[in-house]
Design a protein around this ligand. Structure first.
Ligand SMILES: Cc1cc2nc3c(=O)[nH]c(=O)nc-3n(C[C@H](O)[C@H](O)[C@H](O)COP(=O)(O)OP(=O)(O)OC[C@H]3O[C@@H](n4cnc5c(N)ncnc54)[C@H](O)[C@@H]3O)c2cc1C
Length: 399
């Protein structure tokens, strides 16, 4: 087979939030970038996420405002600008599920939450909710806890993926690694060889494959950066209760006891998607055990709601991140050159919320290496390659 060589500025591997946001940024800046996805866009963590774009208050609740809280605090504003089409990417077509979410505690923990929110540093970012302002879910005499409203966003993640993919769809391709290979030459990656005889030469490669980054690094005999996986088992409950809820229930831990987001299903029903401590403690449980635990959690938190006729499911899923000591949660987004390969960057946003922050780190590293984008259009020879679909959310695929 004759080999055709074509040149691009950058190859991105992996089409979750990290790869899609980065592709949009680079293309907007004039870089001739292309993205390769081995499955469906958003297939790993992104489509499993709860879509909460938060300013870090749930972390700050654990104690004082940390570095992490400071880094994340700017993110809701950044996303809001993009949703109004005047940010660094255009998200104007993305569905917003909610412009706020709630934080509540049961009666026994009310004082802890109240004194926290009374503290000066959070004034203006949170409001106490009382009386007739309570949303329908909490508007019952049986509710005795304290309730706060946070001005943070919840996005419909399938529509987010679609919105990011659309403007750059001519630059997104499927890849089958049994027929393709990244080629290394000494301390550099020289390109990507595809089965149809195409050799894509590039100045740099960015690995944004989430949990897939480790295997890609292995295939290049690169040991660093190391990755960690932190598992979760989310719970889904599909029902006909009409009121949506986007909220964290705070228990005695600094992390939320339960995080709830609500999603419309194609059959007209609604699905409450449950994370938080329930999902971390659910790791290793079998699905039936975890569903029992989730059912009693909902019965005890919402005794006034009838969850009798519901469908239940669980979703085991890993969070992929740069390795930390003792598997702790990383406190910022990560984008760095691989130490043993000159032109390979590895990136993990560590949170959906921090994707713009990760992409800005990546952009600034790329601009230092490649200050002049080529401003070329996508090579003609690529246009016949297959394209990936958008992943299906678990509230559609699991029932
Ligand atoms: C259950 C859950 C809930 C969450 N909720 C929130 C939330 O509400 N708010 C928040 O801020 N964060 C949340 N997060 C975190 C957030 O979802 C992730 O940090 C983020 O989605 C990671 O995006 P990513 O693009 O790095 O990886 P992924 O979304 O995993 O995307 C990686 C992509 O690369 C592809 N891929 C893998 N290997 C290869 C390969 N070899 N070649 C080509 N393509 C490859 C995959 O198919 C996939 O499309 C949540 C995470 C989980 C698991």
């Amino acid at each position: 087979m004759t080999e055709t060589r074509i040149q691009v500025d950058s190859i991105i591997i992996g089409g979750g939030i990290a790869g899609l946001w980065l592709l949009n940024r680079l293309v907007n800046l004039g870089y001739n970038a292309v993205l390769f996805e081995q499955d469906e866009l958003g297939k790993g963590q992104t489509i499993a996420s709860q879509g909460m774009i938060h300013g870090g208050i749930k972390y700050a609740l654990g104690g004082s405002l940390t570095g992490e809280s400071e880094a994340i605090a700017a993110m809701p504003g950044h996303w809001a600008a993009c949703l109004e089409n005047h940010g660094d990417v255009n998200l104007g077509d993305c569905n917003i599920l909610s412009r706020h979410f709630y934080l509540w505690s049961t009666q026994s923990l009310t004082s802890k939450l109240t004194s926290f929110f009374a503290s000066k540093m959070l004034r203006g970012r949170v409001n106490a909710v009382k009386g007739k302002d309570k949303p329908p879910v909490f508007d019952d005499p049986a509710f005795k806890g304290s309730l706060y409203k946070l001005a943070d966003l919840v996005l419909d993640v399938p529509s987010l993926i679609e919105t990011l993919a659309k403007p750059v769809q001519n630059r997104i391709f499927s890849i089958d690694w049994s027929q393709a290979e990244l080629q290394k030459s000494g301390q550099r990656l020289s390109g990507l060889k595809l089965d149809n005889g195409l050799l894509l030469e590039t100045d740099l490669v960015v690995l944004t494959a989430g949990a897939g980054n480790e295997r890609l690094l292995d295939s290049l005999q690169l040991k660093k950066p190391a990755m960690q996986l932190r598992p979760l088992q989310q719970v889904l409950v599909k029902h006909s209760y009409p009121h949506p809820l986007y909220a964290h229930c705070m228990g005695s831990n600094p992390s939320p006891r339960l995080t709830i987001s609500s999603h419309h299903c194609r059959d007209g029903k609604s699905c409450w998607y449950l994370g938080g401590d329930l999902a971390t403690e659910g790791v290793g449980m079998n699905s039936a055990e975890l569903i029992d635990k989730a059912r009693s959690e909902l019965f005890s938190l919402f005794p006034w709601i009838d969850f009798g006729h519901c469908e239940w499911a669980t979703l085991p899923v890993d969070r992929a991140e740069p390795k930390q000591s003792q598997l702790i949660k990383p406190d910022k987004a990560y984008a760095e050159w691989a130490p043993d390969c000159d032109n390979v960057m590895v990136a993990w946003p560590t949170k959906l919320t921090l994707a713009p922050n990760m992409v800005e780190q990546a952009r600034s590293l790329i601009a230092a290496r490649l200050p002049e984008p080529s401003r070329r259009s996508v090579p003609e020879a690529l246009t016949s390659l297959p394209r990936p679909a958008i992943a299906t959310p678990c509230w559609e695929s699991l029932f």
